[in-house]
Design a protein around this ligand. Structure first.
Ligand SMILES: *Cc1c(COP(=O)(O)O)cnc(C)c1O
Length: 360
């Protein structure tokens, strides 16, 4: 028994591999590299639910709370742990930004070299800065994300460099843990899960995770609403998009590597994949910030899709329990806010001037 005057010693949280590793299909040679990712909050947003027009339970799974500010860390701990155990000396990825920052951080943690390829001029400042801060070699490609991805696939086939994009199966294994956490927190799967879809690794991982938990614990299955940006919606259009365009840079992907699996997840779950405009995405980013949750534009797409369907009368949320995945932190892409922001007015340091300005 603990002496009365000792504080409780909570079980230490040691990251997603420690907590859920027994449920992940990782090779025996895996050598855990962790930054204590995962265990992110599921934040209730009842006021937002009411504004969206319904009497339903709405939660935000705020993945921006991961160590490098996005859900990519869940998959990266698995992929880098496997690469390290296999004896790789370097990891490589193509990235719209968050994968780069995450790969760079976990490579740094493990002592591996990281190389990241980014499409020219299309990466948010906070993400690029992250990759550089963590010490990655950053290479800009005069081309799209899809071009960069094709190149890293080829080079990793040719050299002993581990590919850590989400076509790496261990990324998906690690990312399943978000679905496990939601079930563990709520006691069951939600009725609906909505999330942004870019390269489609995350929707694939969530569906795999929910199905695994349903088999193990009978936690049920959610319907999945996957949301793309209208200017970058290959899964809605049914064909690749040559020049994808959207403010939501994390989902500016014209040829999703796991597109087939995404469509399958949506269909099997009785859900769907839809597209929303950049205006809807930015409006939802603002509404979420009004709840104290600042996410990057792509992260607001899932909820923007839900709002779109409710407003159009397609989706009746009444009585449902809905989880919206907000994939990355707003700090990743401050430009989108500061660009439109007037510089705060400079005032003389006098109380009456301040009173005049803030009290009117
Ligand atoms: C990577 C990313 C996405 C898209 O996830 P996919 O697995 O590529 O579909 C969405 N939002 C953010 C913030 C991301 O970093």
């Amino acid at each position: 028994m603990q002496p009365m005057n000792q504080p409780n010693q909570p079980t230490p949280y040691l990251g997603v591999l420690h907590r859920y590793g027994h449920l992940l299909d990782l090779p025996a040679h895996t050598r855990p590299v962790t930054l204590l990712e995962g265990d992110t909050r599921l934040i209730p947003v009842p006021r937002l639910a009411e504004e969206l027009g319904g009497d339903f339970e709405l939660y935000v799974k705020f993945e921006g709370l991961n160590p490098t500010g996005s859900f990519k860390d869940r998959g990266m701990t698995a992929a880098v742990s496997e690469a390290l155990g296999r004896g790789a000396k370097a990891v490589i990825c193509a990235s719209t930004g968050n994968t780069a920052a995450s790969a760079a951080a976990y490579a740094a943690r493990s002592g591996l070299k990281a190389v990241v390829l980014i499409p020219q001029g299309k990466v948010a400042a906070g993400k690029l800065a992250g990759a550089v801060a963590y010490g990655a070699q950053v290479v800009q490609i005069e081309g799209s994300f899809d071009d960069a991805l094709a190149m890293v696939v080829e080079i990793s086939n040719k050299h002993p460099i581990a590919l850590v994009n989400s076509i790496n199966p261990y990324r998906i294994e690690g990312q399943k843990t978000a679905a496990f956490e939601i079930c563990d927190t709520l006691g069951s799967a939600p009725d609906w899960l909505c999330l942004p879809v870019g390269n489609a690794g995350n929707i694939t991982a969530y569906w795999a995770g929910f199905r695994q938990y349903e088999r193990l614990h009978g936690t049920g299955l959610p319907h999945i609403l996957g949301v793309q940006a209208a200017g970058s919606a290959p899964l809605v259009l049914g064909h690749p998009v040559e020049h994808p365009e959207t403010v939501a840079t994390a989902i500016r992907i014209g040829k999703p590597a796991r597109g087939e699996q995404a469509l399958q997840a949506a269909e099997e779950s009785g859900g769907r994949i839809i597209a929303v405009s950049d205006e809807e995405i930015l409006a939802m980013q603002k509404r979420l910030a009004g709840e104290g949750i600042w996410v990057e534009p792509a992260s607001a797409a899932g909820l923007a899709g839900l709002a779109h369907e409710i407003a159009a009368g397609i989706f009746k949320p009444q009585g449902k329990r809905i989880v919206a995945v907000c994939t990355g932190h707003g700090l990743k892409d401050p430009d989108i806010i500061t660009r439109a922001m007037p510089l705060p007015e400079a005032l003389p340091p006098r109380l009456e001037v301040l009173e005049e300005v803030i009290l009117g």
